[in-house]
Write a protein that binds this ligand. Sequence first.
Ligand code: HEC
Length: 118
Amino acid sequence: MIGLAGATLVACAEKAIPERQIVGADPARGLTLIKAEGCGVCHRVPGLKWPRGGVGGSLDSFSSQAMIAGRSPNRPDVLVAWLRDAPAMAPDTAMPASGLSEAQARDVAAYLYTLDAD
Ligand code: HEC
């Protein structure tokens, strides 16, 4: 257990966590999609001034989180699936399925992975 915690700290201290990089995705396009999809109706999203909803919580520091919605590991493939169809992963969630394509969800995920603790 102590060994595992140490490994986690080392991973967090690195500049960019390699498995949180999404090859070919464009974070700037991701932010544009976040605006167009209305994610801000439910979430506070850094980079988005309005709307700033409180239903889904703030996505500030999302890249530093170990879990997605406290139940799934925070990995690119899992995040992309969550962004496209959250209820498929968590039937009781209040987050609706989006209209994002796989490529669009990868761009949104890339933007969310720019949001780290510092
Ligand atoms: C109708 C409200 C609503 C909309 C619209 C919405 N979400 Fe969510 N979202 C939620 C809720 C509620 C949760 C918490 C899910 C849970 O715990 O089941 C959540 C969870 C999340 C999480 C996990 C957060 C965490 O702290 O683990 C991410 C990431 C996320 N949403 C991104 C988005 C993005 C990006 C969009 C736009 C494409 C979006 N959401 C649109 C309500 C919404």
